[in-house]
Design a protein around this ligand. Structure first.
Ligand SMILES: [Zn+2]
Length: 59
């Protein structure tokens, strides 16, 4: 995934920074404990598409 893209993406819920999980291809918001999918290199920043993650997974 393009690193520049990572710098501009923010959580649509809290507007916070997202962390990219390479293994799972997800963008994770630690504040909301939500993981947004990345499909074909494009982050899907929709709360309805996000899944809840446990705090363990955000590390
Ligand atoms: Zn958030």
């Amino acid at each position: 995934m393009d690193h520049r893209l990572l710098e501009i993406v923010a959580c649509p819920v809290c507007n916070g920074k997202l962390y990219f999980n390479k293994e799972k291809q997800e963008l994770i918001c630690k504040s909301d404990a939500l993981a947004y999918p990345v499909r074909d290199g494009i982050p899907v920043l929709l709360e309805s598409e996000a899944r809840s993650v446990t705090l363990d997974e955000t590390n």
